[in-house]
Design a protein around this ligand. Structure first.
Ligand SMILES: *[C@@H]1O[C@H](CO)[C@@H](O)[C@H](O)[C@H]1NC(C)=O
Ligand SMILES: *[C@@H]1O[C@H](CO)[C@@H](O)[C@H](O)[C@H]1NC(C)=O
Ligand SMILES: *[C@@H]1O[C@H](CO)[C@@H](O)[C@H](O)[C@H]1NC(C)=O
Length: 796
């Protein structure tokens, strides 16, 4: 049967101004800012004793002999890079940057950007939890030679999740350091946490000296996000673990024996590119095996994206880079960190829920979720319900009403909310902060209601007062109920906290916030790659930070429940470490292929996974290849491998200039091989994405993909192809059978895709997504490769 629903995406017109001259990209005006400069390391004139001397001189010359640039202690350089990347970062004027781009030996000049952590805990951070790994992984030393780099907010070194009992010596290849500082004494590292560093020079060059009361100049995690993500990837077994009584059980990361190295790059003011690149550079030099990056991306071409550039250097060094897809869902074209050499990870739910339903005075019960763990509301008592948007102070203007509806700081009238349960709209400030605002105004409880934009996606939070979250439909009912109440018959209700429920159906579902495709940079590459648990994840939390993540939260808890693609990413990072331990010779692309081709798209109700925001069946732009299946990924049968040269060919086929390609790769680009590859979609990726323009001139549209698979199943095997054609498309595979005689053997095949033009005229600018798959199977392995066809109507 032809598969998969088609859906209409609003075509977002992304105007990427690819300036011909690099000067155009570097911007006008005289304001100094940070630039990242790539050099040809071999081009250093011999007159300079070190690369740093050369870089300094080059910046001074570009600034016109020392005028303009403000003097920095230690010279103009912020960081120098030599492992993942060759070059440096420095503050300079755009004019100087333009001049520098023309200087001999300079390959590229890229303006710095600032990133945010990819959690749903707006405006700052979020978290995650793993499903119990098998006994094999728990008891053996499996994965203990591997080091996972966590590029994040630092780490809490004393947490039980990072103890080193029973671990062998630090792997001999490890060359990293344990930087000390406030709250992080020199003996903070051990055989589990083998290294820790912090990078703040880029942050401080732009934001000024950090406030050392609010944050600390050491690898110590004063936020919680980095501790949470590190323990998801590689936390030890800790029992009992729970947050305020919820989700009781054993806490463990995906690779409990793998070693961790923390690279702190995210500060109160954000995560700065020059620091992130310094962390990549150090991680490569230190000898890590996997980089885990739960930091949001930016929508710029790969040659202007410091994360894509740093990740390329790491990939070339054999390191797997796993990154969060971002939390901009459920809208289309929101996925970030989309370079094909990274694993881009979206978030799904688990079969666990934290119901906290709202019972109304009219008898209705509205479904909600919460991990509030303090004193409960009085049993059996109905409280007056009030909508915050209708309760702002006496001088209530429209603007005040809006602030109050969101429960922004200082917007609530204590006289109107005291002793009541307050309904606040989701958005603007963080969910936990709204609870704090209600609490301080004297409210006794809170219901956080989604608006239309949020849909039905819910995130459970550790609120500071009895509080729950409800979806858009329930929110409407609630506002209507309150709106129809009178002084004589006030709206009433209470919140029923039901603790932790397991065995929830359907699960997994695609989390509403999880960022969606298509890939805004190169639609030829399907993104996100796959999804992993990222909703309501229990993991380690620092002792000095309250679980709600707001300063007034004085509670302390050893674990916390957070949500976001930030929490999904380290699941994949930990699994990548396990795969590398099992298959030491596999490339990063082979490891990613194993994770993707064994992923599943069915939920535990036997249907295709649904989208949490709508309850409707999700598609490949929501979940990529599907939800990760750790045990099957260990033995994928076949892998799609990719070498660094293949990525260069891909960039050539994106029509990047030689200079742009050199900004990403370290070698001068040779695009002759690219012509053989034919088009960017022929990168040997474990998914296939065809985009057609339905301009009404052709009845059918055609393309083809060439792929090569490597036999990793051990010895002889015969694989046969089965095709699930996308709706309205004909997909054929040639040959239909691949007979392998030995392990490691590579065989190629061609996939032809023919799509019928849409029967009805499409809305201008809209697009249809049709998805299918090619599956190679030898009776023991099933190697699934998604095929997605996007038909786009012209804008007019
Ligand atoms: C530094 O942070 C502390 C704690 O957040 C705050 O009280 C203080 O005002 C800040 N100092 C400056 C100079 O911003
Ligand atoms: C799903 O299908 C499998 C095999 O067809 C069956 O064993 C299982 O009981 C089904 N589960 C549900 C929840 O329907
Ligand atoms: C690159 O340029 C060629 C020739 O102009 C064109 O056919 C192709 O579609 C372009 N590719 C991309 C990815 O823009």
């Amino acid at each position: 049967m032809a598969s998969s629903a088609s859906r209409t995406l609003l075509l977002l017109v992304v105007v990427v101004v690819v300036a011909a001259a690099v000067g155009g990209v570097l911007g006008g005006g005289g304001e100094e800012r940070t630039f990242i400069v790539r050099v040809d390391a071999d081009a250093k004139p011999s007159a300079f004793p070190t690369h740093a001397h050369w870089y300094e001189a080059a910046v001074m010359a570009a600034e016109g002999g020392g005028g303009g640039g403000e003097w920095r202690e230690g010279g103009p350089l912020i960081h120098t890079y030599s492992a993942a990347f060759h070059g440096f970062s420095a503050r300079m004027s755009p004019a100087a940057a333009t001049a520098l781009a023309e200087a001999p030996g300079v390959a590229a000049v890229v303006p710095e950007r600032v990133r945010q952590l990819a959690t749903t805990r707006s405006p700052r951070f979020l978290g995650l939890l793993s499903s119990p790994p098998s006994a094999l992984l728990a008891d053996s030393d499996f994965g203990s030679d591997l080091v996972i780099a966590i590029i994040d907010t630092g780490i809490s070194p004393t947490h039980r999740s990072f103890h080193d009992r029973g671990l062998g010596p630090v792997p001999s290849k490890w060359r990293g350091v344990c930087s000390s500082g406030p709250g992080f004494p020199p003996n903070s590292c051990n055989r589990k946490l083998v290294g820790a560093r912090f990078f703040s020079a880029g942050y401080e060059a732009t934001s000024g000296r950090m406030n050392e009361t609010a944050e600390v100049r050491s690898p110590l995690d004063t936020d919680g996000h980095g501790t949470h993500t590190a323990s998801i990837a590689a936390g030890r077994y800790v029992f009992p673990a729970s947050t305020l009584g919820y989700a009781r059980g054993v806490a463990a990361g995906m690779a409990p024996k793998a070693r961790l190295a923390a690279y702190k790059v995210c500060w109160v003011g954000g995560c700065f590119d020059s620091d992130i690149l310094a962390a990549f550079d150090a991680a490569v030099a230190d000898g890590v095996d996997v980089v885990s990056l739960s930091v949001g991306g930016v929508v710029v071409p790969y040659y202007l994206d410091a994360i894509a550039i740093g990740a390329f250097g790491a990939t070339e060094a054999g390191i797997v880079v796993s990154a969060s897809a971002g939390n901009g869902g459920p809208g289309g074209l929101t996925v970030t960190n989309v370079a094909p050499w990274m694993a881009t990870v979206g978030a799904g739910s688990m079969d666990r829920a934290f119901p906290a339903n709202v019972q109304l005075g009219n008898g209705q019960v509205l479904d909600g979720v919460s991990v509030y763990g303090g004193p409960a509301l009085q049993s059996g008592k109905m409280y007056t319900l009030v909508y915050a948007g209708a309760s702002s102070g006496a001088a209530s203007s429209a603007a005040d009403g809006y602030s109050a509806s969101m429960c922004l700081d200082g917007s609530l009238d204590p006289a109107a909310v005291r002793g009541k349960i307050v309904v606040c709209d989701r958005g603007v400030n963080s969910r936990a902060a709204k609870g704090d605002v209600v609490h301080r105004a004297g409210g006794i409880g809170m219901v956080l209601a989604n608006g239309v934009f949020d849909g039905e996606g819910l995130v459970a939070d550790c609120h500071v007062l009895p509080a729950t979250a409800v979806g858009a439909a329930a929110g409407d009912k609630l506002r209507k109920y309150i709106g129809s109440s009178t002084r004589q018959a006030p709206a009433t209700g209470t919140i029923l906290f039901e603790g932790t429920h397991l065995g929830v159906h359907p699960a997994p579902v695609v989390a509403a916030f999880s960022a969606r495709g298509p890939n805004p940079q190169s639609p030829e590459i399907l993104k996100p790659d796959l999804i992993a648990p990222g909703l309501n994840i229990l993991a380690a939390w620092p002792s000095g930070v309250g679980p709600a993540g707001i300063p007034s939260d004085g509670r302390r808890t050893e674990f916390n429940i957070l949500s976001g693609t930030s929490m999904a990413c380290p699941h994949i990072s930990g699994l990548a470490a396990l795969l590398k331990a099992a298959h030491p010779t596999w490339s990063p692309a082979a490891i990613k292929s194993a994770l993707m081709t064994t992923a599943y798209i069915k939920d535990n109700s036997n249907g295709t996974m649904v989208d949490e925001s709508t309850g409707v069946v999700a598609d490949v732009f929501d979940f990529g290849a599907g939800h990760v299946d750790p045990m099957r990924a260990m033995d994928p049968g076949l892998v799609y491998d990719i070498t660094p040269v293949d990525y260069v060919n891909f960039l050539c086929n994106l029509n990047y200039t030689e200079q742009n390609i050199r900004a990403i790769t370290r070698r001068p680009a040779d695009c002759r091989g690219a012509r053989r590859a034919g088009h960017a979609g022929n990168l040997n990726y474990p998914s296939m994405s065809a985009t057609f323009a339905a301009d009404g001139t052709r009845a059918t549209m055609k393309t083809h993909f060439i792929r090569t698979v490597t036999n990793v199943g051990g010895g002889r095997a015969v694989y046969r192809a089965t095709v699930r054609s996308p709706e309205g498309c004909a997909v054929t595979v040639q040959p239909r059978q691949l007979a392998f005689r030995r392990d490691g053997q590579k065989l190629s095949f061609t996939v032809r895709v023919e799509a019928a033009a849409p029967a009805k005229k499409m809305e201008p600018g809209s697009s249809q997504v049709r998805s299918g798959a090619v599956t190679w199977s030898d009776g023991r392995h099933a190697v699934n490769t998604p095929v997605v066809v996007t038909v786009q109507a012209p804008l007019q």
